[in-house]
Design a binder for this molecule. Structure first.
Ligand SMILES: Nc1ncnc2c1ncn2[C@@H]1O[C@H](COP(=O)(O)OP(=O)(O)OP(=O)(O)O)[C@@H](O)[C@H]1O
Length: 223
C-alpha cells in the first residue's frame, strides 16, 4: 500500500546549517499493517509520517500510495488524496472548538460530500465504537483529554480512510486512557481493515503493534 524509495528530506535546504532529516529511506508497508515508527526525539518520525501523508514536500525520492506517486502530485491533488484515503490523528487533537463533537467527527465526511443521512449514521457508529456516544452534542473543550483524543480518532476513521497516521496519539494520556485508545485502534484495524502507522516513543504503543520500524538520526536502523 505504501512504498517509499530513496527518500531524502532536508531542513534549511541550501544553508550552512543544513539538516538532513531523512536519509535515503526505503520502506514498504502492506495493506492492513499495524506498525510503528519509533526512535529517540528528533530522529525523524514525524517528518517521515508527514512525507507519507503528503503533508510535507520531500527533496528527493518517491512516495507511492497504492501505486500513485504522491510525492510528484500538485498540492491540490495531494489534498484530494489525503481527504479520500488518509485519516490523521495528531498529538494536539486539532479539534475545531466551535463545533460539537458530532460535527467534528463528521467534518471530513462533510468535506467529501457524503449526505447528512450517511454522516449521521456513521458518526453514531464510530462514536459508539469509541465510547463517546454520550458526548455527541458537547463542545470539545468540555471533554477530558482522553475523550478528546477519541473524538480525534473518530474523526480520522469516520470517512473510512485506507490509512491512519497517528503521531504520538498517547502523549497526553494517562496509562489507562492509553490502553483504551490502543485497544480501540486495534479493533479499528481488525474490524475495518484500516492500515495504521503510529509515530511514538511510548513503550506501551511499542508493545501493542505488529511491526516496529526503528529510526535513528534520519535513518531506518530496523524494520
Ligand atoms: N519544520 C522544521 N524546520 C526545521 N527543522 C525541523 C522541522 N521539523 C523537524 N525538524 C528537525 O528535523 C529533525 C527530525 O524531526 P522530527 O520532528 O521528525 O523528529 P521526531 O522523531 O518526530 O521527534 P519527536 O519524538 O521529538 O517528535 C529534528 O532534528 C528536528 O529538529
Amino acid at each position: 500500500m505504501i512504498r517509499v524509495e530513496n527518500l531524502n528530506k532536508y531542513f534549511f535546504k541550501g544553508e550552512e546549517r543544513e539538516l538532513h532529516a531523512l536519509k535515503d529511506i526505503n520502506l514498504t508497508i502492506a495493506k492492513g499493517e499495524y506498525s510503528l515508527f519509533t526512535g529517540p526525539s528528533g530522529c525523524g518520525k514525524t517528518t517521515l509520517l508527514n512525507a507519507i501523508g503528503g503533508l510535507d514536500s520531500i527533496d528527493s525520492g518517491k512516495v507511492y500510495l497504492n501505486d500513485i506517486e504522491i510525492s510528484q502530485l500538485s498540492e491540490d491533488e495531494r489534498t484530494k488524496i489525503r481527504l479520500e484515503k488518509i485519516g490523521f490523528v495528531f498529538q494536539a487533537y486539532n479539534l475545531i472548538p466551535v463545533l460539537s463533537v458530532e460535527e467534528n467527527i463528521g467534518f471530513i465526511m462533510k468535506l467529501r460530500g457524503f449526505s447528512n443521512k450517511e454522516i449521521n449514521a456513521r458518526v453514531k457508529e464510530v462514536a459508539s465504537l469509541l465510547e463517546i456516544d454520550t458526548k455527541l452534542k458537547s463542545l470539545p473543550n468540555t471533554l477530558s483529554g482522553g475523550q478528546q483524543q477519541r473524538v480525534a480518532v473518530a474523526r480520522a476513521v469516520a470517512a473510512k480512510p485506507e490509512l491512519i497516521l497517528a503521531d504520538e496519539p498517547t502523549a497526553n494520556l494517562d496509562s489507562k486512557n492509553s490502553e483504551s485508545l490502543m485497544n480501540m485502534m486495534r479493533s479499528l484495524n481488525e474490524k475495518e481493515g484500516v492500515s495504521i502507522i503510529f509515530a511514538s516513543h511510548d513503550e506501551y504503543v511499542l508493545s501493542s503493534v505488529d511491526r516496529v520500524i526503528k529510526l535513528n538520526d534520519g535513518e531506518i536502523i530496523e524494520s
